[in-house]
Design a binder for this molecule. Structure first.
Ligand SMILES: [Zn+2]
Length: 506
């Protein structure tokens, strides 16, 4: 019997639970990336000189693969960026970079960070603390948080700047609201991370100044007209038209009539990811922009690349996942499963190394987990008996996430087994009473385990209470908050990993 309990505990430890709350986000507009320094502009100008001298795409030597480390920050109430959306948005990022000669892969699994201070991002100082603490070396560290307090869609750091230290400096800070399917903020911020300014940088503050990028591309205009200055002003790219619009503008409906020093009307191209046009207008990088990004990650014989450290190790080999899984168990026709003992089984999808499993009820997420196997015995006390649930399984690998979720499966539950994830014989950790009055004390006897923190999770998976536990204490007493009657799950963090127990509040 002890073996079975240990097995259940291991299963629970392996299980990545992702509770997703449906949140509404305030409309967020702008990008918080700083305008480049003079030194950064000089860097881009030097790359352009090489590019112009070669008069060809400077580096057509195969696709460059770059590792991204995704960090998903979770609020205390369970709000976090949806992992299914992340997989789709990552696929879209690679589609947007097709033609640039750069593609991305995921460096390991998504890193989930439970920290409300980091989630509710109120200043760049919070972002710096987050990056200093969690940036992984030789990876593009990309965080998903709530940036609505500072009204931003995202921000990123240019090469050679930002927190984190050598081989891991800077990264991307993404708002959840601007990271939905079809949004372009991730591609835009990635452009910054790989050295690109906005198309309007250097020109938007004073479009008729002599220091703004002019519309003309003629280097030999006759006085009184002024010649082209696109190599040394604005974003430094002559293959992106002069742009002065540092606000969101609609590519289809906005009359833009501003003129430059020559009286020429600005005709910015809304297609560029590095502009501020509406997301749906954007679809490209220019050749010079692509050249800059490639030169920023791969050193040439003449120029060391500031982010060369991203390409030192080759990408592991992954196949394209071309087909989805077939659900095998449970099926709608199956015998109902005990609510805490459900066996999932599905066919292997060729090329997939991971499967993202999502369980829902009435189209609302209940729980989700990722596994590398094609079976899973689900033993967590999260589902209720006598109900119908649906589930989907999404196959992927760290280089390919473009296959969506499988067809939807359905199963029903019966009364769960009365098992505990604790081994009752060991008497190591005991929680009592399991049936509490509102406001009653809950006792936890730690035995030999060293308990670190206590969380109370409701049946929807929302954390309703958290408290640290004093190390060294044998008995801990927790004052229960006033909560609606019902079943709750106690999660204890210990030196032996997380432990779970179910209690009922009357
Ligand atoms: Zn930007």
């Amino acid at each position: 019997m002890k073996k079975i309990y240990n097995y259940l505990l291991v299963l629970i430890l392996l299980c990545i639970q992702a509770f997703t709350a449906q949140a509404q986000f305030a409309p967020e507009a702008l990008c918080g990336t700083a305008e480049p320094s003079d030194a950064h502009y000089k860097y881009i100008e030097s790359l352009n000189q090489q590019y112009n001298a070669l008069d060809i795409e400077a580096d057509s030597n195969g696709t460059i693969y770059l590792p991204i480390k995704f960090h998903v920050v979770t609020d205390i109430n369970g709000s976090r960026y949806d992992q299914n959306t992340l997989l789709t948005v990552f696929c879209e990022l690679n589609q947007k970079f097709q033609g640039s000669g750069i593609q991305f892969y995921m460096r390991g699994d998504v890193n989930v960070i439970n920290n409300s201070l980091y989630y509710r991002h109120t200043s760049n100082a919070v972002g710096s603390a987050l990056m200093n603490e969690h940036n992984v070396i030789r990876s593009i560290n990309t965080y998903f948080v709530d940036l609505s307090a500072i009204g931003l869609c995202g921000y990123a750091y240019f090469p050679g700047s930002g927190p984190g230290g050598p081989l891991r400096e800077g990264g991307l800070m993404m708002s959840i609201g601007c990271s939905q399917v079809g949004n372009t903020t991730l591609a835009h911020e990635m452009g910054h991370y790989l050295a690109l300014p906005h198309t309007f940088d250097g020109s938007s503050t004073d479009p008729i100044s002599p220091f703004a990028e002019r519309v003309t591309r003629n280097p030999n205009e006759v006085a009184p007209r002024f010649s082209a200055n696109c190599n040394t002003f604005g974003d430094r790219y002559c293959d992106t038209p002069a742009d002065i619009y540092g606000f969101r503008w609609n590519c289809n409906g906005m009359a833009l009539n501003d003129t430059d020093l020559n009286g020429d009307t600005f005709l910015p191209d809304a297609g560029y990811f590095m502009s501020y046009s509406s997301d749906f207008c954007m679809n490209k990088f220019s050749q010079q922009q692509m050249n800059t990004m490639r030169q920023t990650v791969r050193s040439s014989s003449t120029t060391p690349a500031p982010r060369n450290y991203l390409t030192v190790f080759p990408m592991p080999a992954w196949d394209t996942v071309t087909s989805n899984v077939t659900l095998l168990e449970p099926l709608a026709s199956s015998t109902p499963s005990p609510s805490n003992f459900i066996f999932f089984r599905w066919s292997k999808a060729p090329g997939a190394t991971h499967y993202f499993v999502r369980i829902r009820r009435n189209n609302l997420p209940v729980t989700e987990f990722t596994t590398t196997d094609t079976t899973r015995l689900f033993t967590i006390n999260l589902l209720q008996p006598g109900l119908t649930y649906t589930y989907t399984i999404r196959p992927y690998n760290h280089g390919w996430t473009c296959v969506g979720p499988s067809q939807t499966g359905t199963f029903t539950t019966t009364q769960g087994y009365g098992v505990s994830v604790f081994d009752p014989k060991s008497q190591e950790v005991v929680i009592y009473p399991s049936l509490l009055e509102a406001g009653q004390l809950l006792n936890i006897r730690s035995g030999e385990a060293q308990l670190q923190s206590f969380s109370l999770v409701d049946i929807q998976g929302r954390t309703v209470m958290q408290a640290p536990l004093e190390s060294g204490s044998i008995v801990h007493q927790i004052q229960m908050p006033v909560l609606p009657a019902g079943t709750y799950h106690v999660k204890l963090q210990s030196n032996r990993g997380p432990l779970f127990e179910r209690i009922v509040i009357q």
